[in-house]
Design a protein around this ligand. Structure first.
Ligand code: MSP
Length: 642
């Protein structure tokens, strides 16, 4: 019996400080596509994702929200699961670092490293970057005004002086360098490996692996004053999720380990390429086969992140454009090794050009023409004409090149090649003028339909890992029931053009996107601003009470697609209920604990049988997306704007 090859792919585990955004979605979409590709190729796949729930950053976020950390992480972890379900990302395992079985694995690693003599106690005196949860050595720190800045995120570090347990990272310097030399393909893209090698060559210091001041983690075994450092706990997830630390799961672990691909954004390569292999060496465990590193989604050149308040909400995109077109755009638009700017305009153009105008239109035209001529079943001709043969050659070349690009993880190149085939098929269809052949030459008419169907079958199968539902519909409309139980590639040999197709008309696969227009043009805004009748005197302004409050609670109003119900604390001015029409763009967890500005003396309004006592202020951007207005630094609740 032949053994089915296995494939184990992981995403980073996400900090549960806020709800997922488009940047977090990006990592998970890539992993899902890789997992589906390997499943489709006949491998047994494990796709792991999860949430990183410990450490100072998460503890601080919980405290700011006024929540118990466990309650806080329980809620946000669910928000991640929900987002991945919305986008049809079919993970096989979802690990939470607060899981009990994970703790066992972390302790098992500490026990092994201790046995090796790799752990000792000493004092850490230096800098710490809370957003990145990382110790910053003096030699790497960037000079700053009050304290040095973190070299990765450029934010201010804090001074730290603690007695800690240390891991003898320095003892692994030569072993790591040898490993990189023996495994030149360990990191994709390759340039990243060179950066890692220079970092290691410049000298590794031992790594602090416990904290005494941050208690939101597992206690260090045998020394309850100390708590495990969050990156030790986080990296171990890849092993504990498939059974490490649980004797009953040894076989499972031996089957899946080592991971075939760890996927991650570029800012966390150091942890995965240096600490993680050293931890594994210390515990005598095999090293992962590959680190696949992607760039950042940026907005106006800056990383999309909660802290910069420039995030795009995946739910907004799903609702406006559909889940699968968004996934397509992410892979088609962003070369994996580079940062790529997100824009609504770019997304809309890509969907309209490739999916609506290219692929969807080709299917519609072909099926409509067949229907008009009462043709449902199309058999392959015995002999193909030169033009059809040329399309066949293009189709075979596309399969080959696409597979190679996928093996190299160059998704944007794979999709670029595939949409060249879409255009070539469209051009072939059009140039044959099949609407004339229908009556003048039925055999040629049949050939044009058959060649187009064969090409569409190739396109749909290759696109399946990215847009599974749409592609199953496309295949259904040419009479193919997609089913992986039939074997790799649903039992279809893409190189053989000998199939009979049965056509059924289906609703358009992709809807044309009407570009979102700014509500007013800039010129009209300016002229209105300058119009004398649009000015107010200071007394009129003084009548308006704009007050800062903290959102204590935020609830989804099930019956409304717009409204969130907020409980807002205005300090000495009391608590109020405010309804806000921002449900499409904000999750309750995005708001809880945040300060915002409210119109305080707005006449109370009855909304859904309750009373709204104020209005949250938002700045609407040119896409019509509201951004809540937040004071630049925290002020006491109840502070009035002047
Ligand atoms: N918890 C750590 C990872 C531990 S893995 C053992 C962490 N979490 S994170 O939530 O900050 O980031 C998780 C992933 O999301 C990273 O790969 C990061 O690069 C990715 N992204 C977050 N924002 C992003 C963009 N704007 N663009 C692309 N990906 C980005 O780091």
């Amino acid at each position: 019996m032949t053994k089915i090859p296995k494939f184990y792919v992981t995403t980073p585990i996400y900090y549960v400080t806020a709800a997922p955004h488009l940047g977090s979605l990006y990592s998970t979409v890539i992993a899902d596509v890789i997992a589906r590709w390997h499943t489709m190729s006949g491998e047994k796949v494990f796709f792991l994702t999860g949430t990183d729930e410990h450490g100072q950053k998460v503890a601080q976020a919980a405290a700011q929200a006024g929540k118990d950390p466990q309650e806080f992480v329980d809620k946000l972890s669910e928000a991640y699961k929900k987002a991945w379900h919305t986008f049809d990302l079919e993970y096989s395992g979802f690990i939470r670092t607060t899981d009990e079985h994970h703790k066992k694995g972390v302790y098992e690693w500490i026990a092994r490293a201790q046995k090796k003599g790799d752990i000792y106690k000493s004092r850490y005196e230096g800098w710490y970057c809370v957003p990145d949860e990382t110790f910053v050595a003096d030699k790497d720190a960037v000079p700053g005004d009050k304290a040095p800045l973190c070299p990765t995120c450029n934010r201010e570090t804090i001074p730290l002086s603690e007695e800690n347990y240390f891991f003898k990272l320095s003892a692994y310097q030569d072993k790591l360098l040898k490993f990189y030399k023996d495994n030149p393909n360990f990191i994709t893209p390759k340039e990243r490996l060179n950066e890692v090698i220079s970092f290691v060559q410049s000298g590794l210091k031992d790594l602090s692996i416990s904290r005494t001041t941050v208690k939101w983690n597992f206690p260090f075994p045998g020394d309850p004053e100390h708590y495990v450092y969050v990156w030790v706990d986080a990296l171990m997830n890849y092993a504990t999720a498939v059974g490490f630390g649980d004797k009953a799961k040894q076989q499972e672990f031996d089957y899946w380990w080592p991971a075939d691909v760890h996927l991650m954004g570029k800012e966390i390569v150091k942890f995965h390429a240096i600490y993680w292999p050293a931890f594994l060496m210390s515990a005598d465990l095999a090293l992962p086969k590959k680190l696949l590193v992607h760039g950042w989604i940026t907005v106006d050149g800056k990383k999309m992140s909660k802290s910069l308040n420039n995030v795009v909400d995946p739910y907004l995109l799903a609702e406006r454009y559909g889940v699968e077109p968004v996934k397509y755009y992410l892979l088609r638009q962003l070369p994996i090794n580079q940062d790529g700017d997100f824009s609504f305009h770019g997304l809309e153009n890509q969907i309209n050009a490739d999916l609506v105008g290219g692929l969807g239109n080709l299917l519609n035209r072909m099926v409509a023409l067949a229907e008009k001529n009462n043709i449902q079943t199309i058999a392959a001709p015995d002999i193909w004409s030169a033009q059809a043969q040329a399309l066949y050659d293009e189709s075979c070349a596309t399969v080959k090149e696409y597979q190679q690009h996928f093996a190299d993880y160059w998704f944007h190149l794979a999709l670029g090649r595939l949409f060249k085939l879409v255009n070539q098929t469209n051009a072939y269809f059009h140039s044959q003028e099949p609407w004339k052949l229908a009556t003048s030459d039925p055999a040629r008419f049949n050939e044009v339909l058959s060649a187009t169907c064969h090409s569409l079958r190739t396109i749909a199968l290759l696109l399946w890992p990215i847009m599974p539902n749409k592609m199953e519909s496309l295949l259904g409309s040419i009479g193919i029931h997609f089913d992986l139980a039939k074997g790799p590639w649903s039992g279809i040999d893409l190189i053989s053009w000998n199939a009979t197709f049965t056509l059924t008309k289906i609703p358009s696969l992709f809807a044309k996107i009407e570009p979102q227009r700014p509500q007013e043009s800039k010129t009209s805004e300016i002229s209105q601003e300058q119009a004398p009748e649009n000015t107010i005197d200071i007394e009129t302004f003084a009548k308006l009470e704009l007050v800062v409050g903290t959102v204590q609670q935020a609830e989804i109003i099930e019956k409304s697609d717009k409204l969130l119900k907020l409980q807002v604390d205005f300090g000495p001015r009391g608590q109020r209920t405010v309804f806000a029409g921002i449900k499409k763009w904000y999750q309750p967890s995005d708001l809880i604990g945040k300060q915002a500005v409210f119109v305080f003396n707005l006449k109370p309004r009855a909304i859904m049988g309750q009373v709204s006592q104020g209005m949250i202020l938002t700045a609407q951007d040119s896409q019509g997306i509201p951004h809540i207005v937040i004071p630049a630094s925290p002020v006491p609740n109840g502070t009035k704007l002047r």
